[in-house]
Design a protein around this ligand. Structure first.
Ligand code: NI
Length: 141
C-alpha cells in the first residue's frame, strides 16, 4: 500500500444474554472452565471495528465513517441486540459465545462489506463484555 494510511474505528454497543457451556463436557469441567458463566447471564457489549487503508486523495477518506457504522449495525447490532446469543442468532448456531468467538464471527461478517472498498481492510475487531477487559481479533495468523 502506498500513500497516506489511516485507521478508522467505529463502535456500537448492545445488550445480550449468553452462557458458556459445552454439552460434551461434564458439568464439573464446564464449571472449571467457564466458572459462573455456565449459567444464563447478560452483558452490555461494546464492539469496535478498526479498518485501515489508504486515504483516497480525491475523496480525502479511507471509507465513509457513516458507512462503517451502518455495516456494524446491519451485520451485528440488528441480529444480536436483546437476544440470547446461544439460541436466537442463526449465525451463532453451534458456537460457544465467548468474546473471542464473537470477535471472529463479527469480523467475518464485516469483511464481506469491505470488498468494494479496494484500499480498506479490517485491522481489528474488539469485543468488550465488561469494562476493564476486552478481546481483540486481528484475523488469521
Ligand atoms: Ni458472559
Amino acid at each position: 500500500m502506498t500513500g497516506l494510511v489511516a485507521q478508522l474505528t467505529s463502535r456500537i454497543s448492545f445488550c445480550a444474554a449468553h452462557r458458556l457451556y459445552r454439552e460434551d463436557f461434564s458439568e464439573e469441567y464446564n464449571r472449571e472452565l467457564y466458572g459462573p458463566c455456565t449459567t444464563d447471564h447478560g452483558h452490555n457489549y461494546v464492539i469496535e471495528a478498526t479498518v485501515s487503508g489508504r486515504i483516497d486523495p480525491e475523496t480525502g477518506m479511507v471509507l465513509n465513517l457513516v458507512q462503517l457504522e451502518r455495516f456494524l449495525h446491519e451485520e451485528i447490532f440488528e441480529h444480536v441486540d436483546h437476544r440470547h446469543l446461544n439460541r436466537d442468532v442463526p449465525f451463532l448456531k453451534g458456537v460457544i459465545p465467548t468474546a473471542e468467538n464473537l470477535a471472529v464471527i463479527f469480523w467475518q461478517r464485516l469483511v464481506g462489506r469491505l470488498v468494494p472498498f479496494k484500499g480498506a481492510r479490517m485491522h481489528c475487531l474488539r469485543v468488550q463484555e465488561m469494562p476493564g477487559s476486552e478481546v481483540c481479533y486481528f484475523g488469521e495468523a
